[in-house]
Write a protein of this length. Sequence first.
Length: 382
Amino acid sequence: MAVNIPMYDVIVLGLGGMGASTVFECARRGQRVLGIEQFPLVHDRGSSHGQTRVIRQAYYEHPDYVPLLRRAYDRWYDLEQVSGARLFVECGVLSLSPPGGEVVAGVTQAAREHGLPIETLSNANLHNRFPEFRVPSDYDGAFEPHAGYLYVEECVRAYLDAAREAGAVLQAEERVLRWQATRSGVEVETTHGRYAADRLIITAGAWAGQVMAELGLPLEVLRKPLLWFEVAEPERLRRDRFPIYMVESPGGFYYGFPMTDSRGHKLARHDGGLPVADPLHPQREPLPEDESDCRKFLERYIPAAAGRLLHHAVCMYTVTPDRHFILDVHPEHPRVVLGAGFSGHGFKFASVIGEILADLSESGRSQLPIDRFRIDRFLKSV
Ligand SMILES: Cc1cc2nc3c(=O)[nH]c(=O)nc-3n(C[C@H](O)[C@H](O)[C@H](O)COP(=O)(O)OP(=O)(O)OC[C@H]3O[C@@H](n4cnc5c(N)ncnc54)[C@H](O)[C@@H]3O)c2cc1C
């Protein structure tokens, strides 16, 4: 590469949810940072769009996530202060599981281990408290009051604006074609030019497998439709009387939100999803089964929300075999750090992941508990 190419302390590859918080954190620490994004900033072609994301702390996926979530909550509040925008709305999350299910049991265990307030609900309580739900009488319920939702696009925008304010250079509509680590730093070649830096942080979402092809990571990209249904009486699904829900049912794992605006009731299915061969071209048009599947769920469990389909969007999960994240230093290049495989539950952590990736990039370690996310669990030989 030529000698006179722009030189930075750190380059962040990919400016979705994770990259946005990472460029901010690096810039806040006084580093000269360049963020590169292949699409316009705050776009709808990756994994960080679609109005809202659930945020909660009684983490059924594993209690080890709770300390990270405590930190993530703090960092979201900090971002609200910095940006002056309302990003986080607390409305509570109601989890429902059939006998022997994993979600309510996991929520209860995480809450117990970490002293988090939750309410367990019998069927009679549930009916009085949240009358819109039609739940089989043998289901267990747990309500986490301090959970809620984040406005996903506003969060990404707020981080990018704050990063720019702190001095970061952000290049949009510029695709990274290749990168290499050298003895003294990293070099990145894009569709527009070449850049050099001391270090590289890769937050490429559904493209992570391609950007780090040399590692052969077992990442699978899944198509995830989001649907908004008309509600005849929207006040019945207002957030002061209708929570976010996560329903583990024999037909699938569905989650949805109270009404946030005139777009209708948003819901999606967490399990399943069609494999995506090329993240540039997932099937974006609605498939008939996207609607019929969610409608069947609504008619059975929340009939008040089963109106006309108003909107549809497609997003992508990038999943690891154990559904836990990858947050680590590249096994062959200590100047390169990776955040990948957020497995459909990463956004709520974005605020703390920026901090973790900046720590790993600066010193190779983080004070936060991230052992679970080491990359070597997926490498054949290290
Ligand atoms: C439908 C759906 C619902 C979800 N619900 C929740 C939820 O309720 N709660 C929760 O916590 N999480 C949720 N998630 C998961 C969460 O949204 C994701 O884990 C998170 O947004 C991933 O962020 P990311 O930065 O890794 O990916 P992205 O936001 O996709 O960012 C990656 C970026 O890298 C860019 N990029 C890639 N390759 C290149 C390249 N070569 N050159 C330049 N740029 C490049 C991409 O264009 C993209 O902008 C959900 C995900 C989906 C799809």
